[in-house]
Design a protein around this ligand. Structure first.
Ligand code: S3P
Length: 172
């Protein structure tokens, strides 16, 4: 059984729409370990994220997220976090013991990816401007927790996933 001592556990962090879920799923498949998306876990247990934000506030969401991250790390595998998970000091502390990949992406590349609903923090007249200022505000936290950084702006997700798999195997 996989657990937190599994040498192939890794965590993906980065701004909204950086590709954490699509890259994470591919990395997990290649490594042969489970894939866990903490946003999906929260939705399954507590309902839609915009509703959680509206009814209970962002602070409550961050608590649910911290618990989801702790559970995921205890299980092990490739774990994809929501973009704002690093804003919580408790969540950052949990990440300290694990390899963490920071996925970066340029505003130009992300523009098409952030259309549509489901991200309460991007509900604004200019979602790309919001995305950029949120990313800049969080950049130091991403860098603080990161063990390695990969950019997803241009290359196919599979190629990025392959590079992360190679990097992760070198860490063993
Ligand atoms: C958030 C990012 C979302 C989700 C929630 C809050 C954020 O996840 O956790 O809407 O604060 O950046 P994605 O990064 O998968 O969009």
């Amino acid at each position: 059984m996989t657990n937190s001592t599994d040498p192939l556990t890794l965590v993906l962090v980065g701004p909204m729409a950086a590709g954490k879920t699509s890259v994470g799923r591919r990395v997990a498949r290649r490594l042969g370990v489970p894939f866990i998306d903490t946003d999906k876990r929260i939705v399954a247990a507590h309902g839609q994220i915009p509703v959680i934000f509206a009814e209970h506030g962002e602070g409550h969401f961050r608590e649910l997220e911290r618990l989801a991250v702790a559970d995921a790390l205890a299980e092990g595998g490739v774990i994809s976090l929501g973009g704002g998970a690093v804003t919580d000091a408790g969540t950052r502390a949990l990440l300290g013991a694990h390899p963490v990949v920071f996925l970066t992406v340029s505003p130009e590349a992300v523009a098409d990816r952030i259309r549509g609903a489901g991200r309460p923090l991007l509900e604004s007249e200019d979602p790309l401007e919001r995305w950029t200022s949120i990313f800049e505000a969080r950049r130091d936290w991403y860098e603080e927790v990161a063990t390695a950084t990969f950019d997803t702006s241009r290359r196919p997700m599979q190629k990025i996933a392959d590079e992360i798999v190679t990097w992760r195997r070198e860490q063993r």
